[in-house]
Design a protein around this ligand. Structure first.
Ligand code: PGA
Length: 332
């Protein structure tokens, strides 16, 4: 079989968009040029790769087989690219990082600072919830993932680099504030606005209440921490959020933290990658950057959460030999 890398790139674009016209636009080629390359590729392969049914284009079985291999070839070529870039002194290459929605703020600042030292590196940051992060780890599509709890049942290396305290927030005049410190039991029956299914914060909150045998009502479900803060500030509900998301609101007094015995729930932020993954030099460099300089990007003290109150746990996690700050102290 004989084909060129160019033909594979064109094939991947058509397969992705299932449209010759759209692929031509993306590749800045004419539509006939795209069609011709696909025709030649089909002749070389000896089988049709696409079929046209009505107005829609579909991959054939042969096309589906080829796309998997074609992507594997492209991935290997990118690895060669990155390796070479690494040898050239980290001045080029690609870095793909995903962070949990909740880690958005410091994650973006970390990447921005890192990118200043590596201007030629193309960086992609995906901000998404835990469920999607798990899928991305599974499909091995990102270099590194920043998340709030390493996945169970998946072989990963996870390195803790920053604490992640979860607190309950209220508007500043909330009556519960005058009764504090509260026991967890006193929260029974309170109404909480919660993040969407699949959010790590939501899971941790549920584990916390379950572990304390407290039934709190999960009310409105919102897909962003920003929206949650708005609802709480409007006095409509309580919420449990990571302290990382409310630095400004605590500074301006727009929100308050409810003192509850046994809180904050101490979690950690982890850098996670699949065990056995061969990191690109730039991914390795970003990993070191995060592990060494995370403190500079942690704003908790600015929000009145002193660092010395944040316990360190000596328990190591993964095989990096680095101590985890603390795994969730909630069973389950
Ligand atoms: P999330 O945060 O709630 O934005 O998914 C991840 C986590 O805290 O585990």
């Amino acid at each position: 079989m004989h084909f060129t890398l160019r033909q594979l790139a064109i094939f991947e674009a058509v397969a992705e968009h299932l449209s010759y016209t759209r692929a031509a636009e993306v590749l800045h080629l004419s539509q006939p040029a795209v069609s011709m390359q696909i025709r030649q590729l089909e002749e070389n392969v000896g089988l049709p790769l696409f079929e046209q049914l009505g107005r829609r284009t579909y991959l054939t079985d042969a096309g589906r087989e080829l796309i998997a291999h074609s992507k594997a070839i492209s991935r290997r070529l990118r690895e060669v690219d990155e390796l070479m870039a690494g040898l050239k002194g980290l001045t080029a290459g690609r870095l793909k990082v995903s962070v949990a929605t909740t880690a958005n703020e410091f994650g973006a600042r970390m990447l921005a600072s890192f990118s200043q030292q590596h201007v030629g590196v193309s960086i992609s940051l995906d901000v998404t919830n835990r469920q999607v992060l798990l899928r991305q780890l599974e499909t091995n599509e990102r270099d590194l993932v920043i998340m709030g709890r390493p996945p169970e049942g998946m072989d990963v290396v996870a390195e803790a680099f920053m604490v992640n305290p979860l607190v309950i927030i209220t508007p500043p005049q909330h009556p519960l504030l005058s009764q504090s410190p509260l026991s967890v039991e006193q929260l029974a029956g309170e109404r909480f606005v919660v993040r969407e299914q699949g959010s790590g914060t939501r899971n941790a909150m549920k584990r916390f209440f379950d572990a304390n045998n407290v039934h709190a009502t999960f009310g409105m479900e919102l897909g962003s921490n920003e929206a949650i803060k708005q609802v709480v500030a409007a006095g409509l509900s309580l919420a449990m959020v990571s302290a990382h998301t409310i630095i400004q609101e605590l500074q301006t007094g727009r929100l308050a933290v409810l003192p509850v015995i046994g809180m904050p729930i101490m979690r950690s932020w982890y850098l996670v990658q699949r065990r056995g993954k061969r990191p690109s030099p730039i991914a390795d460099s970003f990993r070191s950057f995060v592990l060494q300089r995370a403190d500079e990007f942690c704003n908790l003290e600015r929000a009145g959460i002193p660092r010395h109150t944040l316990p360190l746990d000596e328990q190591p996690y993964g095989d990096s030999g680095r101590a985890a700050l603390t795994p969730d102290r909630i069973p389950g």
